[in-house]
Ligand binder design. Structure first.
Ligand code: SAJ
Length: 475
């Protein structure tokens, strides 16, 4: 038995837990730990900052500061607070009383241009843990991080701040979150949980921490760096699959065929051992995960000290996938300009009605939305742009209306950028009447409408992947 295993044995089973970062990852994680009978109590650590300090009192009143519907979370939080099993505090010194501490702190991009993550908040959190670290404690990073961070930067800061040695005096692991807004509790309980320690003892201790909160999911143990690669790769692979069908959509347009026929065809190849993850082409890829995790993975393989053997001068297919997906709003703009040109108009001076600002259907989440680059291209071409979205209420610098008629009125072009359910009921007659145009342009970025219904009413239609319709006769 090594020094760490002895320390963990002396300390006994995990009873007191701390969670740093009272956000959409930390809060459900904390209340689920608090709800587990085998744990005594949980502290939620929240800096008393101007922007988020209000959460401390709110949580201690048993109220959940997260907006949006989260089934079961309000009740569970109220219950564990009332039972005295969960308390939010700005007093980080309480960390020294704990057996395990997890960090669920966001790692956004400093600015989307240089694709470098902003680890400052996470580093703050790690420093705070290091300051109050005691022998035999377990530290777990839950944030999405560049592979190599746990073994590298995190371990280094914790050791500097505490004077203790990772893997000897304390256990260190990475357990990436896989939650999605709207299903936070369900995802934590039911998804399998990747748990990766810097050594065997750390992995085992982290498995002890997470097993009690899993109902359906099971723990999948591995090394800390393998866990970091798993998290970034699972999103990189999804982005790659979306890029594959987006590229096929562009090919189908060039070859004059319908990508949805081809998709149905390819998807029909079934049978044991046959897999074809054919996803859906669209106006682009937004959100918090797929737009950045590829770059975490790419950076991880670069900072790693191993030699990468890869085709000379070839782009990573993962980065290429990001470029294809980021091209889709540009392609949508090109379709809009080409359709306007067919009726002797140009972007300059035309009125564009954008339908959809959220990055995902039937959601108010607009993080890294593809609608933004599309709108910027239209404005750059001196078009007049109106934005509709039934869920997104505000977005810095963009006026968004939930009044569809107001946005569509007098439009030269109506463009679908999100697949919100409400849009599937939009009728050609209604759009034509409201735009007041003889040949309105209709651009479909999410396969929302049936082209013939609009083409037969004199619309100039172009849809992503619809090579079979995009050069139709104008009636
Ligand atoms: N998208 C397409 N075509 C598709 C699927 C998505 O264009 O076939 C676009 C969406 O419009 C959106 C973007 O990609 O703009 C992302 O969509 P998403 O469904 O991947 O939603 P996310 O970004 O919320 O991804 C999350 C991730 N979950 C976690 O990180 C825990 C991802 O790993 C999941 O695979 C994904 O949800 C999911 O499957 O729902």
């Amino acid at each position: 038995m090594n020094k760490l295993e002895k320390l963990l044995k002396e300390r006994g089973p995990i009873k007191k837990i701390g969670v740093l970062g009272m956000g959409y990852v930390g809060i459900p994680a904390a209340v689920l730990f608090a709800d587990a009978p085998c744990f005594d109590n949980v502290f939620g650590f929240q800096r008393n900052s101007k922007s988020s300090g209000y959460k401390i009192d709110m949580i201690n009143r048993g109220e959940c500061p997260l907006k949006g519907e989260e089934p079961g979370l309000d009740d569970l939080l109220a219950r564990v607070v009332k039972a005295g099993k969960f308390e939010c505090t700005p007093d980080f010194s309480k960390i020294s009383e704990l057996d395990a501490v997890t960090l669920a702190i966001q790692t956004p991009f400093a600015n989307p241009k240089d694709l470098e993550p902003d680890f400052s908040a996470l580093i703050d959190g790690i420093r705070n843990v290091g300051k109050y670290l005691r022998p035999g404690m377990l530290v777990v990073l839950e944030s999405t991080i560049t592979p190599g961070t746990t073994e590298g930067m995190a371990k280094q800061i914790l050791e500097e701040e505490s004077g203790l040695k990772a893997g000897e005096d304390f256990a260190l692991a990475h357990a990436p979150e896989r939650v999605m807004v709207g299903r936070l509790l369900k995802n934590i309980r039911e998804h399998d949980r990747i748990v990766g320690g810097i050594d065997e003892a750390s992995t085992r201790r982290a498995v002890e921490l997470y097993s009690p909160v899993l109902t359906v999911g099971k723990v999948i143990p591995m090394s800390a760096t393998a866990a970091e690669v798993t998290k970034t790769a699972e999103n990189t692979f999804r982005d790659l699959q979306i890029a594959a069908i987006n590229q096929l959509a562009l090919y189908c347009e060039a070859m004059g065929i319908n990508v949805y026929d081809v998709r149905t065809g390819v998807d029909s190849l079934k049978g044991e051992g046959i897999t074809r993850a054919v996803l859906w082409p669209g106006a682009g890829v937004g959100g918090h995960c797929l737009t950045k995790d590829t770059y975490h993975l790419e950076r991880g393989v670069k900072i790693g000290n191993g030699h990468l053997d890869y085709p000379e001068g070839a782009d990573s297919i993962y980065v290429l996938a990001r470029k294809v997906n980021d091209f889709m709003p540009v392609h949508l703009y090109n379709l809009t300009a080409a359709a306007l040109e067919r009726i002797g108009k140009s972007m300059k001076g035309s009125k564009i009605a954008m339908l959809g600002w959220a990055f995902i259907r039937d959601s108010d989440d607009a993080r890294n939305t593809p609608s933004e680059p599309y709108r910027n291209l239209c404005l750059k071409a001196d078009a007049e742009v109106m934005v509709h979205d039934p869920y997104v209420v505000n977005y810095p610098g963009v006026e968004i209306s939930d009044d569809l008629e107001k946005v569509v009125r007098d439009a030269d072009a109506v463009v679908f950028l999100a697949g919100h359910s409400a849009y599937f009921d939009v009728k050609a007659d209604w759009v034509k009447k409201v735009t007041g145009k003889a040949n309105p342009v209709l651009i479909d970025g999410r396969n929302v409408i049936e082209p013939d219904e609009f083409i037969s009413k004199g619309f100039v239609y172009k849809g992503i992947g619809r090579g079979d319709k995009n050069e139709h006769l104008i009636l």
